[in-house]
Design a protein around this ligand. Structure first.
Ligand code: DLL
Length: 439
C-alpha cells in the first residue's frame, strides 16, 4: 500500500535513461518469450530472418514488423497466445471489424500487472483508501468496469460497481453513499450532470464528489470544462485498449498536460499512419505500443490507429514517464458510439443478411444532448417494396435486434424507399458523423 505522492515513487520518477535501460532488458525478455511461445510471432520473425538476439537496443525495435488488429481477428480466438491454455485466467473483448471480437487473454501475472497499473492510475489523480469510487463503466467483456474495479480494490477504496444504465438510481447512490470519485465515459458524465440539474441536485452541496476519471472515447477540453463546472470536480483523462490490458495504459496527472504512459510496461512509438515511418517525439501520428511484461497475449509494435503525439520531458508532477496528448482521432474507420467501438463493416454484416434490403446503408451519428444518437438508414429492395406482404415494422425490429447482437448497442433503424439513399461516384459514404465539434 502506497502513501505519499506516488504509488511507486522509484518507478514513476525514475530518470529517463534508467527507464530506457529497464525497457531494453524487459524488451529482450518479451521478444524471447514471444518467439519461443507464440506460433504467430515465431512465423513472423522467421519470415524475415529475425532472431530474438537481434533486438538489443530500443532502436532495434524498428526491425520488428507491426502487429495489427486484423492479426488478432485472423488468429481468433487463441492463435496469438503465448502460454498454455490453462495459464489464461481471464478473457475480455472489444469489437472487431467483422464478426470476430478482439480478444484480450490474460494470465495471472497479466492480471496483477493490470491491477497495479490501475491502482497507480487512480492514485495519480488523487484517489486514496478513504475514497468511494462509483464505477459506471460497463462491467463484463468490456475492460472498463472490471479494470477500474481491480485497481480500486488494490488502492483499498470503497467500490460502488454501478455499471451502465439507470441514471436516476446512479445519482441517488452517488448521493447516499457519499461517492467521491466517478469513473465513466465522458459522455455519460455529461448525461449524469444534465440529469442532476434536472432533478435539482446541486453537486457542490448535495454530493461529496471531487474527482472524475473519464475515457474509452475521445473528448475535448471544452467537455472537461463543462463536466468540471457542472459537477464541481476535477476531471482526468484515462486511456487504454483491450489489446494492451484495458484502461491503465496512460493517465493524466493533476498538472493536466498529457497522459503519462506507464513506460515500465509499455514502449510507445508514433508513426506516420500512411507510410509506417517512425516519427520524432512531438510529431503527431499513430500510437504504436509494445508490451514489456505481458505473458498471455503480448503485443509487439501494436498499431492502435489512435492519433496523438508524445512528450518525453519530465513533468512538473515529478513523474518521468512520457506523456501522450489527448487522442484526437483515429486513422481507421472505427467509430466510438456511447463508448462502444463500432466498425461500419459490422453494420454491413448485420444488415446484409436481410433479403428485403438493397445494398445501400447509411450510419448517421449525432449528439443533440449529452448522448450519441445512432441511426442506421437502410433501403428496401425494389422487390420488397412492391411486395404487399412486406411488414416494415417487423423488419425494422428484426434489423434493430440484429444490430444489437452484432455491435452490443441499440440503433434506431429507418427503412427508406428504394433509391432514396445518396449514391456517390467514388468510395461509398457510409457514415454521416454530425457529432464533431459537439464534444
Ligand atoms: O476503451 C479501455 C478503456 C476503458 C479506456 C475505460 C479508458 C477507460 P477498448 O474497448 O478496447 O478499450 O477501446 C479502445 O478506445 O483504441 C481508443 O480509440 C479509444 N479510447 C480509449 N480511451 C480513450 C481516451 C477501452 N481517453 C479504444 N481518449 C482506443 C480517446 C480513447 N479515445
Amino acid at each position: 500500500m502506497a502513501d505519499g505522492k506516488y504509488w511507486n515513487e522509484k518507478i514513476e520518477t525514475m530518470p529517463t535513461q534508467e527507464i530506457h535501460k529497464l525497457q531494453v532488458q524487459k524488451l529482450r525478455d518479451q521478444v524471447k518469450h514471444c518467439y519461443e511461445n507464440s506460433v504467430f510471432y515465431r512465423k513472423k520473425f522467421d519470415k524475415i530472418g529475425l532472431k530474438p538476439n537481434d533486438i538489443r537496443s530500443l532502436d532495434d525495435l524498428q526491425k520488428i514488423p507491426f502487429t495489427v488488429k486484423s492479426d488478432l481477428r485472423d488468429n481468433y480466438p487463441f492463435g496469438m497466445v503465448a502460454v498454455k491454455s490453462d495459464d489464461i485466467v481471464e478473457i475480455h473483448a472489444s469489437s472487431g471489424t467483422t464478426g470476430n471480437p478482439i480478444i484480450g487473454a490474460y494470465t495471472r501475472s497479466d492480471m496483477n500487472m493490470w491491477q497495479e497499473l490501475m491502482a497507480r492510475s487512480i492514485y495519480t489523480v488523487g484517489g486514496r483508501r478513504q475514497d468511494v469510487i462509483h464505477i459506471a463503466y460497463g462491467y463484463g467483456l468490456f475492460t472498463g468496469g472490471l479494470g477500474f474495479h481491480y485497481g480500486a480494490q488494490k488502492v483499498g477504496t470503497k467500490i460502488v460497481p454501478a455499471s451502465g444504465g439507470m441514471t436516476q438510481r446512479q445519482i441517488k447512490l452517488m448521493k447516499d453513499l457519499d461517492v467521491t470519485i466517478l469513473a465513466c465515459t465522458p459522455s455519460f458524465a455529461v448525461f449524469l450532470a444534465e440529469t442532476m440539474a434536472q432533478e435539482g441536485i446541486v453537486p457542490e452541496k448535495d454530493l461529496k464528489l471531487r474527482l472524475g476519471m473519464f475515457g474509452a472515447e475521445p473528448w475535448s477540453d471544452k467537455i472537461r470544462e463543462r463536466i468540471e463546472k457542472e459537477m464541481h470536480i476535477q476531471a482526468f483523462d484515462v486511456y487504454g485498449l483491450t489489446e494492451l490490458c484495458g484502461p491503465g495504459v496512460s493517465i493524466e496527472c493533476p498538472k493536466h498536460n498529457g497522459l503519462h504512459i506507464w513506460e515500465d510496461n509499455f514502449i510507445v512509438e508514433t508513426i506516420d499512419p500512411d507510410t509506417g515511418e517512425v516519427l520524432n517525439a512531438g510529431e503527431e501520428g499513430e500510437l504504436v505500443f509494445t508490451t514489456l511484461t505481458k505473458t498471455g497475449l503480448p503485443m509487439l509494435r501494436y498499431r492502435t490507429r489512435d492519433i496523438s503525439k508524445i512528450n518525453s520531458e519530465k513533468c512538473e508532477c515529478g513523474r518521468t514517464h512520457a506523456r501522450m496528448a489527448r487522442v484526437t482521432g483515429r486513422s481507421d474507420d472505427m467509430l466510438i458510439i456511447r463508448g462502444v467501438n463500432v466498425f461500419p463493416s459490422q453494420i454491413e454484416y448485420a444488415v446484409m443478411c436481410f433479403s428485403e434490403l438493397a445494398s445501400q446503408y447509411l450510419i448517421v451519428l449525432d449528439r443533440p444532448g449529452a448522448l450519441d444518437t445512432f441511426v442506421v438508414k437502410v433501403e428496401l429492395s425494389e422487390q420488397a417494396a412492391k411486395n404487399p406482404q412486406t411488414d416494415k415494422n417487423e423488419l425494422k425490429n428484426d434489423i434493430q435486434k440484429r444490430i444489437h447482437i452484432v455491435t452490443g448497442i441499440s440503433a434506431d433503424v429507418e427503412i427508406v424507399k428504394p433509391g432514396e439513399l445518396p449514391r456517390t461516384e467514388g468510395k461509398a459514404k457510409r457514415v454521416l458523423d454530425l457529432r464533431n465539434g459537439k464534444m
